[in-house]
Design a protein around this ligand. Structure first.
Ligand code: VG1
Ligand code: CO
Length: 542
């Protein structure tokens, strides 16, 4: 039986964000999830009888939210839902399933790299039929709907068993519980040379993969240990836990410090890697060599042809604006276009759909390709493995040769987290206001060549997106970028991206913060960071 429950709207999704990401306790309010899911469905049309994919990263609320979504989907006329067994699907696996099963769309339950559990964060994101995050016109429609929704429809049926693979009917809809990994691992096998990687492991290649008690554990066990023959124990923290074991599932140098320390120790394996809560980010550290995500994107693009899936080369490379220009040099050498997009994977979708770009990436540890419409943590790690196996060289040698060939982009991101929102907005406003005066000035012997607030015109559909971050272009390929995070759940986070180009091999081996020290000082001075935020140092440096 379908019930219609009248309700009052109280959602406050930020316009412009691709989903809803908030404290778990906010989602626990009565009918909060119901309101948002119904708002999503109310903003879509043409899904009657169609398929919806539903899954999440296993964090607290994942299982109960799935039951709610299934019942609302059934009441709204979907024909079928595909659910990962136990409710588990990584973000890339949802994207893969939507595509391979030609689903109408999908709902991803995750707050990505934010902590989970009753005191952590939860999130809901809608993906469209190409497998990627909903574009702005849909997220805006959902946002508008959340302001006026006054009822949701739900079937009044018992919960579905989501721990058993197979089909169950729910109202007029079929629920199909699928293996969480099966479809995804087949896709990976179609892209990479599994025989070559298996042989490398057989010949002694060693690896440590930290799933951070989040969603990638089951995927990594199957792919790395079972299919590729990496030694048992390669995958650590391999079971998804509702609170990620109390850890912060962000594979950065703060939260995955133990991996960095291992990679720098005498006991280092050839490759240390990790992924985040929902499996779309990647961390790659070779023995004695950390790879910045910006360098990783450039190196993956330069060597992608070594994997069967990219043997015909790349159509183009796309990177988010704050990502370093290392990939630009690779694109120039390959003679393919380089697209610079605003932050967030949704901007890559049109480029990938139109066949303009093959590989995309962001400085925040996300990389992916036209195989999906999300960034993909294990994909990036498998491409690294394929390249290591094909070149028979260490990560360190591959990175150093890359710098020798292309030059090195010293790069770092300084995050000022949980600062006062008013101060953060005032800082950005003051920076914007100062832009016309900056051009042509000289600070500490550094020339300001240009300064603007990044605006993007989508080359496929012509849509415009403005105010995407303040860019200050300096002499000798140096650059400062400032933007406010759109994914935090407490206060504001100011991100400052600092970059400098070094073509001379003998000067490519400085410690990153030392190499960037002048620019870091300039980044604080130019924006008056201490004056506006009260902070004289960032909370996280990556
Ligand atoms: C951050 C990253 C951005 C990434 C986004 C989602 O956004 O900087 O590059 O696309 O997270 O990543 P922000 O607005 O906080 O800077 V995830 O792993 O949530 O899907
Ligand atoms: Co993520």
């Amino acid at each position: 039986m379908i019930k219609t429950i009248t309700t009052i709207p109280y959602l406050d999704q930020q316009p412009g964000t691709s989903g809803l990401r908030k404290k778990t306790t906010v989602f626990q309010q009565v009918h909060y999830i119901e309101n948002f899911i119904q708002s999503i469905f109310d903003s879509l049309s043409g899904y009657a009888g169609q398929t919806l994919v539903v899954g999440g990263d296993g964090r607290f609320l994942n299982r109960s939210a799935i039951q709610t979504i299934l019942k609302i989907a059934a009441a709204n006329g979907f024909g079928r839902t595909l659910v990962g067994c136990g409710g588990i699907l990584s973000t890339p696996a949802v994207s893969a399933l939507i595509r391979s099963r030609k689903a109408f769309g999908g709902v991803v339950l995750s707050a990505s790299h934010n902590p989970g559990g009753p005191n952590g964060d939860f999130g809901i994101k809608y993906n469209i039929g190409n497998g990627g995050p909903a574009p702005e016109k849909i997220t805006e429609a959902i946002f508008t709907r959340t302001r006026t929704i006054d009822a949701f429809r739900i079937v009044d049926d018992p919960d579905v068993d989501i721990d058993r693979i197979g089909e169950t009917s729910l109202g007029d809809m079929m629920v199909e519980v699928v293996d969480s990994v099966e479809n995804y691992d087949a896709l990976m096998q179609s892209i990479f040379d599994f025989d070559l990687i298996r042989a490398a492991f057989h010949e002694g290649l060693t690896m440590r993969f930290d799933a951070m008690s989040a969603v990638t554990g089951p995927y990594a066990h199957v792919i790395l240990e079972n299919l590729l023959g990496a030694a048992k124990g390669t995958v650590i923290n391999g079971s998804p836990l509702p609170d990620f074991g109390g850890h912060h599932p962000d594979p950065n140098l703060l939260h995955a410090r133990h991996l960095y320390d291992l990679a720098m120790s005498d006991a280092a394996p050839d490759l240390c890697a990790a992924s985040d809560g929902d499996g779309d980010r990647n961390l790659v550290i070779g023995r004695g060599r950390f790879v910045t995500p910006s360098d990783s994107l450039a190196i993956l693009a330069a060597n992608a042809h070594l994997a069967p899936g990219y043997k015909n080369g790349l159509a183009g490379i796309a990177r988010s604006m704050p990502t370093s220009a290392a990939a630009d040099r690779v694109a120039a050498k390959l003679g393919v276009p380089l697209y610079e997009t605003p932050t967030g994977w949704k901007f890559f979708g049109n480029l990938l759909d139109a066949g303009l770009a093959t590989i995309c990436g962001e400085e925040s540890a996300g990389a992916g390709s036209d195989h999906l419409r999300e960034k993909d943590g294990l994909w990036a790690i498998l491409l690294w493995l394929n390249i290591i196996a094909a070149r028979k060289e260490s990560v360190d040698v591959i990175v150093r040769r890359h710098w020798a060939d292309y030059g090195r982009n010293y790069y770092s991101r300084h995050d000022y987290e949980e600062i006062d929102s008013d101060g953060a907005n005032a800082l950005i406003a003051a920076l914007r206001e100062s832009l016309p005066r900056l051009k042509g000035k000289k600070y500490r012997a550094i020339d300001v060549l240009d300064a603007d607030d990044f605006a993007y015109r989508d080359p496929v559909d012509g849509s415009e997106t403005s105010r995407q971050g303040v860019r200050i272009l300096l002499g000798d390929g140096a650059r400062l970028v400032y933007r406010l995070s759109g994914t935090g759940t407490a206060g504001a986070t100011l991100r400052v991206y600092i970059e400098r180009y070094e073509p001379e091999p003998s000067r490519q081996y400085m410690e990153t913060q030392t190499a960037l020290a002048d620019l870091v000082a300039l980044s604080r001075e130019l924006a008056g960071i201490e004056r506006f935020t009260g902070r004289n140092a960032p909370s996280v440096i990556t």
